[in-house]
Every structure is written in structure tokens, then in C-alpha cells.
Design a protein around this ligand. Structure first.
Ligand SMILES: [Mn+2]
Length: 380
């Protein structure tokens, strides 16, 4: 036995999908309830399907509480398996632990989270409980009120498992070193939830392992492609389209017609405005993808909208807004100067307007479009 609270232990739930049952997998919803609902609609999710949510429901978005409630309600009517991600465990622990270090983190990190992501679960809870934010808030008393007021939601969250194991697919937020679960069942789950750069560990498995956590774009070296990565030879499925973590991100849903099938397909959704191109544009032949983990640059020439920077000997054009104000000589995001191949009528998600151009995502891929466009109305 262990002193770890249930939600920090590696708990494995085993199940089997029905023959012919469609399987849908989504990870890293990150407080984006409306995007998640849009995605389920696009995937035509029904009561005959099985849906697996591979962790990180919370934070990095403004609707964490709604995501919790949407999933709690969905569980009543549909076959849904929800797993914990590292962000979920951190958040739950900050609320449920009596350790003042964690308690202070809950409050101290909140303003930054709101600045970066437009909201955080703590503020959502405070708002619904009618507790005004103030500097002299009694943190201890406040947390006790929240625990009581949101007992149902917190209990649901804290009872979620870390791993869902089925005969053909294992689901886990970060990744596992192997499938001998008896070796880590009951131990702290953090290494399997926060398993950074899992794909680069060179592992392969005897059945599919479906993970989230690490946006797939970080594994790409040429194009900024946010589609899921499915490696049939190593039996690894990477789901995370970067929803929430990046403004440019998308939420992916990978689908299988049957547990025994390897006929993968996917749909995705985002919360960005959609536009339709009016002009054609040729793909750029030469372009650069400045990766997030290697984003030091030298500024060559600064214009009002764009800046030319040198990156590993290459001359790259980036928007002024991509320069890190607090860290000179560094970008605040990953970025590409890739010009998308576009035909009139193509639909794109608009990420950023820069002068006469837009930074957009077309078919999962980020890049620039210099033509004219019209807005596509939301279809509900
Ligand atoms: Mn994560």
C-alpha cells in the first residue's frame, strides 16, 4: 500500500470494446469545451461508439469546469472512458492537498494562467461559488468552501484512472516504458502522465499505445503539421494537436471502425475563425520551421509588421509579435515562413492577421496566405 492519494497512483482499468464498435480517441481538451463538443459532432459520436479521453481535460483554456461537466453527463448516456493527464493531477492536488506549498501554488499560478490561456479552473470555481477575488482572500477557508461546493466534480476527477488497457490498445496520457503494468500499478503515475517527448524514446509495443501530452507538431521537422501521428510499425498513436497549449492548435479525434482494425482516420476542430480563400497561391519551395525548443534568433531587420531574423544561418521572416519581449534574441513561439499551397475555395483557420497576410492552418498545416478571403459563418 502507499500513502499517495488515489489520483496520484497509477491505476489501470481494463476493458474490452464490442466487436464492430467504433472507437474514438481524444486527448488534451485543455478547458476547451466548445471545441470538444464541435469535434464530437464532426466525428458523429453516437451511443454505439466507445470514446476514450486520454487525459489533460483541465487548464490552458477557459472552460475547464464545463469540460468536467460535459464528460460527467456524457458518461451517463454513452460509453466514455476518461483518463487523467499530468495537468489534471496537478490541479486536483493543488485543490485537495492540505500541504500549504500546493495550496499556494493553486493561487499564485492563477494570474499567469489567466494571462496565458484566458482562464483557469480556480477562477471558474470562485466565480460560480460567488467568491470575489481579493488580495486578502483566506486561502485555507476558500479551498474548504470550494471542496464542499464542488464535491461532486472533485470526487469524479479524483477517481479517474491513469491507464485504460484493452486487448488491442492501451491508452495513457504520456506514455509507458512497457506493458507489464504490474510493475508500476499503484506507484506514482507522474512518469507515465508527464512523459515528455515519448516518441523519441524509440520504443515499440506489441499492441497499440495511444498517448497525448506532447503536441505532434513538435515531432515534425519540415512542416508544422498538427495531425495525429500514427506509427503502425511501432504501434504508437500520438493524438495531441496542441489544443490550448498553442493558439494555433487543433483538437484531434482518431477513429477506428473496430478494435481489431488498423484502418485509422481522424477529424479535428478548433475555436478559430474560418476563412475561404479567393485566390490561388503557390507553395514556397524553400522555408524554415523554427522549433519551440530551438528558438534563439538574431534580429536582422525590424519592420512594422514583420522582422527578418537569422536562425541557424537561415534568413527567416517572422511577425513582430513572435519576438519575445521579455527575452530579447528569442521567439515566444514556434514559427514558420512556409507559404501554403492554396486554391480558390480552400478553407483555413485564421490564426493571426499580419498586414495584408494571414497566418493560418489549412489541412492541419500552418503557414502564410497572401491572397484575399471571405469569412465562413459558423455552422452549428
Ligand atoms: Mn499533458
Amino acid at each position: 500500500m502507499t500513502d499517495l492519494p488515489l489520483y496520484r497512483q497509477t491505476r489501470v482499468v481494463r476493458t474490452q470494446f464490442r466487436p464492430g464498435q467504433r472507437i474514438l480517441m481524444i486527448s488534451d481538451i485543455h478547458g476547451h469545451d466548445s471545441v470538444f463538443r464541435k469535434l464530437l459532432k464532426k466525428a458523429a459520436f453516437t451511443k454505439d461508439d466507445a470514446l476514450v479521453i486520454v487525459g489533460d481535460l483541465l487548464e490552458k483554456g477557459p472552460e475547464s469546469l464545463k469540460v468536467i461537466r460535459t464528460l460527467m453527463a456524457l458518461e451517463q448516456t454513452h460509453q466514455v472512458h476518461v483518463l487523467l493527464g499530468n495537468m489534471d493531477v496537478f490541479t486536483i492536488h493543488r485543490i485537495l492537498s492540505d500541504d500549504p506549498v500546493w495550496r499556494d501554488m493553486l493561487f499564485d499560478k492563477a494570474p499567469d494562467m489567466v494571462r496565458s490561456w484566458g482562464g483557469c479552473l480556480l477562477y471558474e470555481l470562485l466565480e460560480e461559488a460567488g467568491i470575489p477575488l481579493s488580495a486578502d482572500l483566506d486561502r485555507d477557508a476558500t479551498v474548504h468552501i470550494l471542496r464542499e461546493r464542488f464535491a461532486r466534480e472533485l470526487s469524479w476527477l479524483s477517481h479517474l484512472p491513469a491507464i485504460l488497457d484493452t486487448p488491442t490498445i492501451t491508452f495513457v496520457h504520456g506514455g509507458v516504458p512497457h506493458l507489464r503494468f504490474d510493475e508500476f500499478e499503484g506507484r506514482i503515475s507522474e512518469p507515465y502522465l508527464k512523459n515528455d517527448d515519448f516518441l523519441s524514446k524509440g520504443l515499440s509495443f506489441e499492441k497499440y499505445v495511444a498517448v497525448g501530452h506532447w503536441p505532434t507538431v513538435l515531432y515534425r521537422d519540415r512542416l508544422m503539421d498538427m495531425s495525429p501521428l500514427i506509427l503502425k510499425d511501432r504501434r504508437i498513436i500520438c493524438l495531441d494537436g496542441g489544443c490550448g497549449v498553442k493558439h494555433s492548435g487543433q483538437l484531434n479525434c482518431v477513429m477506428l471502425p473496430d478494435a481489431e482494425s488498423e484502418d485509422f482516420s481522424f477529424v479535428s476542430a478548433d475555436g478559430l475563425p474560418h476563412v475561404r480563400a479567393l485566390n490561388a497561391q503557390e507553395e514556397s519551395a524553400d522555408f524554415t520551421y523554427i522549433r519551440y525548443h530551438d528558438r534563439k534568433v538574431e534580429v536582422l531587420e525590424r519592420g512594422p509588421v514583420f522582422v527578418r531574423v537569422r536562425w541557424h544561418g537561415k534568413d527567416v521572416r517572422v511577425p513582430v509579435t513572435a519576438l519575445d519581449e521579455n527575452e530579447p534574441g528569442q521567439l515566444n513561439t514556434d514559427m514558420t515562413d512556409y507559404r501554403l499551397p492554396v486554391s480558390p475555395g480552400d478553407e483555413m483557420s485564421l490564426i493571426l492577421r499580419c498586414g495584408d497576410e494571414i497566418y493560418a492552418r489549412k489541412n492541419n498545416i500552418l503557414g502564410w496566405y497572401q491572397g484575399e478571403y471571405t469569412h465562413v459563418p459558423e455552422t452549428e
